[in-house]
Design a protein around this ligand. Sequence first.
Ligand SMILES: [Fe+2]
Length: 330
Amino acid sequence: MTAAAVPSDIKSLGKDAQLGYSEFQFGGFKFRRDEYFAHVAWPKGTRIIEIDRFLRALVRDIGWQFFYGWIFFDDVFGTQNHYGSVDIFAGSYDGGYKAAGTDFMETFPTDKVVTAFDTIARDWISEGYDPLRAPQETGTPLGSKRAPRKDALVRGFTPAKRMLGLPGDVTPRSDETGHPVNRAFADLKFEQPEVHAEKGFEGQLNAINLFDHIARSDVTWNPSVASITGASIFCVTSEEHMLPVIHGNDRNEWFIQLSDEIHWQIQDKNTGNPRGRIVMKAGDVCAMPADIRHQGFAPKRSMLLVAENGTPGLDELYAKGKLPPYPLDF
Ligand SMILES: [Fe+2]
């Protein structure tokens, strides 16, 4: 395995004359796509991944800034965030690849990986396909290259300038701003809270119906609202179809199911062996341990609150065994 510095700028290896897509090299990895699949190659092996799955993982990995811990695009290929640098790995957390000695890993500065993944995404994603939307709500990524997308591939996070709903809020979601309630939440009633400000505080106090806000999100498995207080991070999202990545935790992560249900498949982080299945229904709370990888499946669009502890160095305490991988002893 290579952890030393590697050539860290992505380069094009040429364009497929028939399909129109470019092939790329980044460090020891090569990336190529055809009409149906992404092909990833490294010095000792190759992997084939459905193109939809690959692109849905790719844009979220960029948008999430590699998130906490591991992002598996499939069971074998993915990234690990070291908060300043990023590993790209193939087979490093798979029992079979490890045993065969065909695993491979390289470490890059974070900004180089962002540039590389963004370059691939822009070349491989055509107009009419949005990997951040639920599969039923966007076009197809299959086939040869069409016109490139002109809008932002990755919805950047828009920081609220004011409490949601107050004058000056830059993130309103309403019919007027082109954010209709998603079809999956058409049966919900959204009562608006009454706000009675003391004299002198008019225009400074507000409350919103959070369900109404989430119901209008046009993306899935991508945070719609995040609140950050110190190192405590709350993310609410709407989730439909499957989490496009398998997330490997480097710390505990709390889930509060706000509506409908999500089925979670949980594996050992290092080997991929099955650890368990959880079906979370509205109101259920669970803590994902720090030593697992997990993937969620939402048969119907649902609402989920994810609580993360962003304390710097927490990942090392878990990695060194100074904290147990679960949050509570009963
Ligand atoms: Fe997770």
